[in-house]
Design a protein around this ligand. Structure first.
Ligand code: GUN
Ligand code: FE
Length: 456
């Protein structure tokens, strides 16, 4: 046995694991041996009674990390929507609607990332903090700048986070400020291509842990030519795609007015709805839009906290899942003022409950809400882990052979942490306490591909 938690490649971990392979299925893997191969993938999951257990214990004797009493392992969190440059604004600027917020606060902040020293310090802090918070995979919007987008990818490669990084395309002079927009559709596409090449050819990214993403900001900030060319590029390069979709009344209305159709239909027309597309927010999806996303295999990044501030609505999460739409969770830093995916799970449960029950006490109870909207904590946890991995088509979020060993050790005994178990022994109750109570101080180790990337 060992207590070295540093590098678990070609090693094993023995302890209790929680994961949710399906939306309703919490699995507690008590007293289980998980074997990690030399490349950081899970080679075996052997609970007590597994016929291979004895042989594996013998094979990994001296190379097995035994988790201390009171510690539990979860899959790493998958944050499907982060605006990396907005991190300095986290917890600020939440007083205006989206269309004002962008021009008054957000574009001026993002424009500063033309300065690579400014960018390096803030991006380095963000990636460190997200890893320490248990976010092992992040789908990032960078800024409009080519160099700073490349720098964000470099920092993720260096710090060991699994990341998908997109240079933001935004070229419409009618919607984007002077000094912070792509000079033309050709420039937007050329810089997008350059960032894709940079990430794919990076000498320290041979295993593709960091991936490029085609990232039109949202329809209102792009010309038709840019949207069309980026759709063609998605078909050509097979990259992931991300954008914002039907977020607020204003954004949704802009697209209806411009094209006479919804965001989802318009994005599909541009070739931007692929199996590797993630649409942020998507609050005003129609049932036809949901069917369209399900048919294309495109996913939604549900940003429950941000939606409270900017969306004029609660995303109909359960309806979307029931229609077959892939969904994961996002913090939407800084539209959502929290950098914790544990918080995203909590807010997902809370806002779905508010949609179910309704919120206006002046209305009669029976007319206040939308029945069939609530989701469980297990569902939220599933979406934050396996669901996010499925939306990205990456083998992450489950403890199963072939999946990457991206994981978090939660130490429930830390005085400085937020969890108090007292005499609880029921593992399902402990799981709930962990999800609701865990703070950064409880996360004793975070691994990506079996390599420790943060330790608390
Ligand atoms: N729509 C276009 N840009 C943004 C952004 O930065 N944040 C959010 N929440 N919505 C957007
Ligand atoms: Fe966003």
């Amino acid at each position: 046995m060992t207590t070295d938690m540093h590098d678990l490649r070609d090693r094993a971990v023995l302890g209790t694991f929680f994961h949710a392979p399906s939306p309703d299925g919490l699995e507690v893997l008590a007293d289980t041996l998980v074997v990690v191969d030399a490349a950081g993938a899970i080679a075996a999951v052997a609970p007590q009674g597994d016929p291979r257990r004895g042989a594996l214990e013998a094979q990994f004797a001296g190379k097995t990390l035994r988790l201390p009493e009171g510690s539990y392992v979860l899959p790493g969190m998958v944050d499907l929507h982060v605006h990396a440059p907005q991190y300095p604004q986290l917890g600020l600027a939440l007083d205006e609607p989206l269309e004002v917020w962008l021009h008054k606060y957000t574009f001026p902040l993002e424009a500063r990332y033309a300065d690579l020293d400014f960018a390096a310090e803030r991006y380095g802090m963000l990636v460190d903090d997200l890893l320490a918070n248990g976010t092992t995979t992040a789908l990032y919007f960078a800024t409009q700048h080519r160099e700073a987008s490349q720098l964000l990818a470099d920092i993720c490669i260096e710090k060991g986070q699994r990341a998908l990084v997109g240079k933001v395309a935004m070229d419409d002079p009618a919607a984007c400020p002077d000094g912070y927009r792509d000079a033309s559709p050709e420039a937007a596409v050329a810089d997008t291509r350059a960032v894709i090449e940079h990430i794919r050819q990076h000498r320290d990214n041979g295993d593709g842990r960091v991936l490029p993403v085609i990232t039109p900001r949202f329809i209102p900030s792009c010309t038709d030519a840019t949207l069309r060319e980026l759709g063609a590029l998605a078909a050509e390069c097979g990259c992931h795609v991300q954008t914002h979709c039907s977020e607020s009344d204003w954004a949704h209305g802009h697209v209806l007015e411009r094209y006479g159709m919804t965001d989802a239909a318009a994005l599909d027309g541009f070739g931007l709805l692929t199996r590797r597309t993630v649409l942020a927010h998507s609050n005003f999806l129609t049932t036809d839009d949901m069917d369209r996303l399900a048919a294309r295999g495109s996913g939604v990044a549900h940003c429950a906290l941000s939606n409270i501030y900017f969306a004029n609505s609660v995303f109909p999460l359960r309806a979307a899942m029931e229609r077959g739409v892939r969904v994961g969770l996002g913090t939407d830093i800084s539209g959502g003022p929290s950098a914790s995916m544990f918080n995203a799970c909590r807010t997902t449960v809370q806002s779905a409950r508010m949609l179910e029950e309704g919120v206006d006490p002046a209305r009669p109870a029976g007319e206040r809400g939308r029945p069939g909207s609530a989701v469980s904590l297990v569902t939220a946890f599933h979406l934050a882990t396996a669901g996010g991995g499925d939306a990205l088509e990456l083998p992450i979020g489950r403890f199963a052979p072939g999946y990457r060993f991206d994981a978090i050790a939660v130490d429930t005994t830390r005085r400085a942490g937020g969890i108090r178990l007292f005499d609880l022994t029921d593992p399902v109750a402990i799981f709930e306490k962990v999800l609701y109570g865990a703070t950064r101080a409880n996360l004793s180790a975070v691994w990506v591909d079996g390599r420790r990337v943060a330790a608390g």
